[in-house]
Design a protein around this ligand. Structure first.
Ligand SMILES: *Cc1c(COP(=O)(O)O)cnc(C)c1O
Length: 949
């Protein structure tokens, strides 16, 4: 046995431990356990057909070699992606630091104050630069943010009596091409009519409810958005502005002109292009629309001692609660990237950002002058960083490409050049020499940068930004390093202890999988470069598609969606396109079991479908009779079923093949939510159970870290009949030959993050992947056994086994006055992050250990749970002053001179011996959610400021 095989590093329990665990469970072998867990008729007969596994060392050599096939030319393409400088202190202390990248979405606020603060900084930065009142903590990319802006304006139009029912939306023809494509994807199913046109020819007719502008335009021209917005306001047309974040340093904030929504990407705040992503988009709007704002909002509140504390605010807006009433399905966002972009602003501060923006602008102006001197016609009259040259594009393209320079060529008469933070004088001179050669003229050499101002006075910035202390304090490396560390210490991540979040699959994110993200030739490739320059990427992405196609038992894969929820939407749109290709335009009924994740109904509504909910049985399974009845009732209009497998109840339903057959017999397609794929890989697959399309959450099953709430990658895998409709991109050809329009900005979504899953599969191989699934099931069933007698498991398979996760019932403890939240908070005192709270059943915990956790760690967790059960037994409803209700306990409480609580300090802080060895201190006491929602504050002003007000 190769003791250094990656599988042995990825999988937690050693062989001896596995035997002990099997014995505890009461089975003879792992195979017997699997036999008792997964129904026979869906087991795969043959193993996966994948390459032999590589060792970690072999993989790193391999990925380094492949990176050389990517050509990192000087790139001035623009269109929403720019070379940028990631400060090394941020790279090392955040991007390459598991304390940041392995954290989960900050639902458990008391052990997440660090990333909550970084995200509050992000929101503050966005609010300041856009001039808006409220911002969220990131969306998936600029184009989806634009689509969310359109949806928001569409949703709120009903409150304006004159606009109710109005369905036209104006798009400036200066919008980025990928954004236009995405707006098309999202408008059609919900009944929005798009009109694309020139801003200065728009008639502000009352038939429009909204409009979107690009600021500066895709060609670099800055238009007079001020008068556009003012005329639109007069006609009650709401305006969204897609704004370049760096240009906002020099351009007046759209909020000052009365914009209703401002969106964009924060990529150029230090985030590598990564061949398209991941990057954080921002979304800012007016306070009046706070309940319509998509995504997560971080807000300020107070804890049980009245101290300032942060948490995710206004959660009732989200799809988890609103389901088919939600206007957005976003769940996983881009937290890690938002944290990094916010730190870029913290590091540079307002002065540094002005310096960078001025540098970019001045160099652009110098380049313009030189090109004009060479006889070129530059037609942008007001610009920030992008020039538009009227010339024979073909000739320039040929020469520039030979000289390893990428420009953008929108048509045969036009070349655009976008200057960026990395552009040096040397680069400007090189660009000039290329144009000089094309014109057969002597080049012009520039040696000094002059102050320039080519921004029209109507749009020049006069308002302040980033005046808060956090953006004006940490400008030396030592200071920033310590600030980042101080936040990191407040957050519990996988480098401290197991995070057993059911449905979220918090497994190991191996260092070898992560290292390649820092390699220059993976990080610095623009998504719209010619394919010849991206051979390394195209090789990896093609192979990853093939690997996932094999694992799901389907025919093809699209990597474009940037999250599971976006994959759901993509999959449903593909199903819709398939039905329509057969003339079935009317098929719009989507059956969804009651236990489904909230994103399922939200995605269905976005895809223009009507949700029909089907019942569950008492055992937690789909009620097959009810499903059949509804499928037959709607058979003329049935579009699809959305089903999670194994179910969200943690069971491999044995009727699954019957269920998928019922849907097919009634003319529908089957969408499988692949969040639980960690219970299938190598043992069964979606194709085998009769599904037609599924999404995968690469950030769950395939080892991409959760990043504190993103990035995610949510590819869709499809059966043969759906392949032609896989999503495309307007610039780089991808997808099927009857491709639906774009789902994400970039042709391959978050390509850089895809490297992680590629490495995961490469290093585990067929056997390691299958073994991982088996051990995930072993670990779950071991926990189930160990908790027996303390906690009841709600559902099991027919032979009494759990799948890879289980739901434990906490509702009976209400008799002692204990709620499931009290258990979640008390677990913090034991050094653990709570399992998933109240999904899919209110009042329960869903536990998923994954294969990466060792027996020792699982035993500590079980000891903690059992100890908490004893605590529950010892308290009563009549006395709320107990160790559970007061949890979590902070260091400040424990070390206070006075101690009045009816239990000891040791019981509070060190309830079991293991805790003493490695204590994690929650940094605040229990946060008050309701107070924060009533007094919503989403930026960095001190709490006193409004308490006094
Ligand atoms: C995580 C999850 C989703 C949503 O995935 P995101 O990547 O967060 O968008 C959908 N369904 C289920 C069952 C999930 O667990």
């Amino acid at each position: 046995m190769n003791t250094n095989a990656f599988a042995l590093r990825h999988i937690g329990p050693r062989e001896d431990d596995q035997n002990l665990m099997l014995k505890t469970i009461g089975v003879d072998s792992l195979d017997q356990l699997i036999y008792e867990t997964i129904p026979d008729d869906i087991r795969l007969k043959n193993g996966l057909n994948l390459d032999e596994p590589m060792t970690e060392h072999e993989y790193l050599l391999h990925i380094h070699e492949l990176s050389k096939k990517n050509k990192a030319y000087k790139t001035y393409i623009g269109l929403g992606y720019h070379p940028t400088i990631l400060p090394a202190v941020i790279q090392r202390n955040i991007l390459e630091n598991p304390g940041w990248y392995t954290a989960y979405t900050p639902y458990q606020a008391e052990i997440a104050q660090g990333r909550l603060e970084a995200l509050l900084n992000f929101q503050t930065m966005v609010i300041d630069l856009t001039g808006m009142e409220i911002a969220n903590a990131s969306l998936l990319d600029e184009s989806t943010a634009a689509a969310e802006a359109m949806s928001l304006l569409f949703a709120v139009r009903e409150r304006d009596q004159k606009k109710a029912g109005v369905n036209k939306f104006f798009i400036s023809d200066n919008i980025l091409p990928q954004t236009l494509s995405l707006l098309q994807t999202r408008a059609n199913p919900i009944g929005i009519e798009l009109v694309v046109g020139k801003e200065d020819e728009f008639n502000f007719s009352t038939e429009f409810f909204g409009a979107i502008l690009q600021y500066p335009g895709k060609d670099g021209q800055i238009t007079d958005i001020k008068s556009f917005i003012s005329k639109a306001n007069d006609a009650r047309i709401k305006v969204a502005v897609a704004a370049d974040i760096l240009s906002l340093v020099k351009l007046e904030a759209p909020g000052k002109f009365g914009a209703d929504v401002v969106i964009g990407t924060t990529q150029r705040f230090g985030i590598p292009m990564g061949y398209g992503g991941p990057h954080a988009a921002y979304f800012a709007t007016k306070e009046a629309y706070k309940r319509d704002l998509p995504g997560r909002i971080i807000g300020v509140t107070k804890d049980a001692n009245g101290n300032r504390a942060l948490r995710m605010a206004l959660q009732t807006r989200e799809q988890h609660i609103k389901r088919d009433k939600a206007t957005s399905n976003i769940c996983t966002a881009q937290v890690l990237l938002a944290v990094m972009a916010s730190m870029y602003a913290v590091y540079h501060g307002p002065k540094g950002l002005k310096f960078i923006a001025n540098k970019v602008h001045n160099k652009t102006a110098l380049l313009a002058n030189a090109l004009e001197k060479l006889g070129y016609k530059q037609i942008n009259t007001s610009y920030f960083d992008t020039l538009q040259i009227k010339t024979k594009a073909k000739k320039i393209k040929k020469l520039a490409t030979e000289k390893k320079v990428n420009l953008f060529y929108p048509d045969s008469e036009t070349v655009t050049i976008s200057v960026n933070e990395t552009t040096a004088i040397r680069d400007i001179n090189y660009l000039i020499s290329v144009f000089a050669e094309a014109a057969k003229k002597e080049t012009i050499v520039i040696s000094t940068i002059l102050q320039a101002n080519n921004i029209d006075s109507t749009t020049q910035r006069t308002s302040d930004f980033l005046v808060e202390p956090v953006f004006n304090t940490y400008h030396s490396e030592t200071e920033l390093m310590r600030y980042i560390k101080s936040l990191e210490r407040k957050d519990l991540a996988l480098n401290h202890s197991m995070i057993s979040l059911g449905s979220c699959t918090m497994k190991l994110n191996a260092a070898s999988e992560m290292l390649p993200l820092s390699i220059f030739k993976w990080a610095n490739i623009h998504p719209f470069v010619p394919e010849k320059q991206a051979k390394g990427y195209l090789t990896v992405l093609k192979e990853l598609e093939d690997q996932l196609t094999e694992i799901t038992g389907f025919a093809a894969t699209s990597l474009q969606p940037n999250s599971g929820a976006q994959g759901e939407f993509a999959g449903l749109m593909v199903i819709k396109a398939y039905h329509e290709s057969r003339g079935d335009h009317h098929r719009n009924i989507c059956l969804i079991p009651s236990s489904a994740h909230g994103t399922n109904p939200a995605s269905a509504v976005m895809a223009g479908m009507k949700v029909v909910v089907t019942k569950s049985t008492d055992e937690g399974n789909i009620d097959v009779d009810d499903l059949r009845e509804k499928a037959e009732l709607h058979k003329d209009n049935l579009s699809c079923l959305m089903v999670t497998y194994p179910s969200t109840h943690g069971v491999y339903e044995s009727a699954i093949k019957e269920i998928t057959k019922i849907i097919h017999d009634n003319g529908g397609q089957v969408y499988m939510d692949g969040a639980n794929m960690n219970a299938q890989v190598g043992l069964t697959n979606p194709g085998n159970i009769g599904a037609d399309v599924c999404h995968l959450n690469l950030h769950k099953t395939f080892a991409i870290p959760h990043g504190g709430g993103g990035p995610g990658v949510g590819p869709i895998c499809v059966a043969k009949q759906l392949v032609p409709f896989l999503p495309g991109n307007p610039i780089i050809k991808t997808g099927g030959d009857q491709a639906i329009t774009a789902i994400s900005s970039a042709p391959f979504g978050s390509a850089l993050a895809c490297l992680i899953s590629y490495g995961y599969i490469k290093m585990l191989g067929a056997e390691g992947l299958t073994e991982s699934t088996k051990i995930a099931i072993l670990n779950a069933n071991y926990i189930k056994k160990r908790l027996e007698g303390s906690f009841d498991t709600l559902y099991s398979g027919e032979r009494g086994r759990a799948a890879h996760e289980m739901i434990v019932d906490c509702r009976p403890f209400k008799a002692n006055g204990i709620e499931v939240t009290d258990i979640a908070k008390r677990l913090m005192d034991y050094g653990f992050h709570a399992p998933t709270v109240s999904f899919p059943v209110a009042g329960t915990l869903m536990i998923e250990p994954t294969e990466s956790e060792s027996k020792a760690e699982i035993d500590r967790f079980c000891d903690a749970m059992i100890s908490i059960k004893k605590e529950i037994d010892s308290v009563s409803k009549d006395d709320e002053n107990n160790v559970l209700k007061n949890a979590p306990h902070t260091l400040e409480m424990i070390t206070a001179n006075e101690w009045y609580l009816p239990y000891s300090r040791e019981t509070a802080a060190f309830p079991l011996d293991y805790v003493k060895e490695n204590k994690f201190w929650p940094s605040v006491r229990r946060v008050d959610d309701a107070y924060g929602d009533r007094n919503l504050i989403c930026s960095c002003i001190p709490i006193e400021a409004y308490v006094e007000a």
